[in-house]
Design a binder for this molecule. Structure first.
Ligand SMILES: Cc1ncc(COP(=O)(O)O)c(C=O)c1O
Length: 453
């Protein structure tokens, strides 16, 4: 192991130097790249001296999401303390299903969940778990809502009742995908219209629910989004809570993108009312900058976690009781320790440090929004309090601009659509970025686009 740890250190140092010099790589055609990097596997192994350059080459030719020019997704940058925690979690290689195997890491996970629940405003009896990504924490919420609505679903399967769920048109695609997985069916999703800023419209939500009830359907779930994927909009959580309580429908908040506002006194009001939701999920690997993946789901009444996910397994659960055997509330059996990287970050930065990270993301977004608003060459599609700044520059089609920037190895940025417009989406979620990086981004984009024209 010692030699491999030395090799790790040497490759990591090379990578960080390369990231400084060349933050974005020019793409190569897949098959040519796979051949050049000697990815194919053979019957015979190779010596360490042959292995080392292949490994180094592979690492140095992989897209660089940790650099200041990566704006393509809802994550980016590298948080050092969180990376340290994740590296140690790999070495420890625990599985989080039992206290016997997870030991203090069970305490680490429970502490993250309970402190998060407190910040959200849940009662002390709330609980939660982690799953591999926001799609899967949404899935867990959807399953709990289904099992509450149809108590026999777990034992006998769905009984033909037409369960219907409601979410905005701007919500994440994991919702229809999960509806198919869970036997509800994609067609049972009702897409609620959004207003000009991309927020779910309460009048339309109420109208759809009433219409479905009149037609013999069983409304069972509303999913509100805290930070829609493209526009970064926050649905009105108080309004959704009001309707769900009146109609006795499960309310889930998908905060994968921006649920981390729970840490900030300034931005928590954007989700006022989320504490009335039955469940709430957020990704520390997006706004907070931990390595992928780190998605938490909090459940106001922990009973529903057990109802949907507990299953006896005599070979596994032999000591310590359900409170410490986290497999009883999780989607998986063997489960990676995704909590530790978040804990190392939170422990070192404190809750105040996490609030600063959240506030800085909005500061960068506001800086970018001011810039595009002040420059007449930009058409702006975004509003206040969004981490995705959407714009077009000099009417250049967004797909052409983003794809050419990628092909030239200049910047990694993507595009999106909203209410019939297509535009560049600048995501300011990048753990390492400062205002100067945003300024540099615009200068680079303008210089490149002006050459294209
Ligand atoms: C609003 C929203 N929900 C869920 C997800 C899915 O999260 P993950 O990529 O961790 O599965 C995303 C991803 O971008 C998202 O934007």
């Amino acid at each position: 192991m010692k030699n491999d740890l030395d090799l790790f250190r040497s490759i990591a140092e090379d990578l960080m130097k390369a990231e400084e010099k060349e933050p974005v790589l020019r793409p190569e055609a897949p098959e040519a790249l796979f051949t050049r990097l000697k990815i194919s596997l053979s019957e015979e192994g190779i010596s360490d001296s042959e292995f080392e350059p292949i490994l180094r080459d592979l690492v140095l030719n992989t897209p660089r999401t940790a650099t200041r020019k990566f704006f393509n997704q809802l994550f980016g940058g590298r948080n050092s303390k969180a990376s340290l925690g994740d590296l140690l979690a790999v070495l420890l290689n625990n599985s989080m299903y039992t206290y016997k195997v997870g030991g203090p890491m069970v305490g680490v996970e429970k502490e993250l969940l309970h402190k998060s629940a407190q910040l959200l405003g849940y009662p002390a009896s709330a609980d939660g778990t982690l799953a591999p990504g926001g799609s899967m924490t949404n899935f867990m919420a959807m399953l709990m809502a289904r099992d509450k609505a149809q108590e026999t679903a777990r034992s006998k399967g769905l009984d033909g009742a037409k369960l219907t769920l409601y979410t905005s048109r701007e919500s994440h695609y994991s919702i229809p995908k999960n509806a198919a997985f869970m036997g509800i069916g994609r067609d049972q999703i009702r897409y609620v219209n959004s207003d000009d800023q991309g927020k779910m419209r309460m009048d339309h939500l109420q109208e759809l629910i009433s219409e479905d009830r009149a037609n013999g359907h069983q409304p069972f779930l509303v999913i509100g989004t805290a930070g829609t994927t493209v526009m970064g909009a926050f649905d009105p959580m108080e309004g959704i809570a009001e309707i769900c309580e009146k109609e006795s429908i499960w309310f889930h908040v998908d905060g994968a993108y921006c649920g981390s506002v729970i840490f900030s006194d300034t931005y928590r009001p954007l989700i006022a009312g989320a504490e009335r939701a039955d469940s709430f999920s957020y990704n520390a690997h997006k706004m907070l900058g931990t390595p992928l993946s780190c998605s938490l789901i909090l459940v106001k009444d922990k009973r529903w976690l057990y109802e949907s996910f507990a299953n006896d397994a005599d070979y596994l659960y032999q000591t310590d009781g359900d409170d410490y055997n986290l497999g009883k509330t999780s989607l998986q059996c063997g489960r990676r320790n995704d909590a530790f990287k978040f804990w190392t970050l939170w422990k070192s930065a404190g809750t105040k440090g996490l609030a600063e990270i959240v506030d800085r993301q909005f500061e960068l977004a506001n800086h970018a929004l001011d810039y595009v608003r002040e420059h007449p060459d930009y058409t702006v599609y975004s509003y206040e309090n969004s981490l995705g700044i959407c714009f077009n520059y000099k009417d250049i089609p967004a797909d052409k601009l983003c794809n050419q920037l990628y092909e030239a190895g200049e910047l990694m940025i993507g595009y999106g659509q909203f209410h019939g417009d297509e535009f560049v989406r600048l995501v300011t979620v990048n753990a390492g970025n400062e205002k100067e990086d945003i300024d540099r981004f615009f200068k680079l984009l303008e210089a490149f686009a002006d050459k294209m024209n």
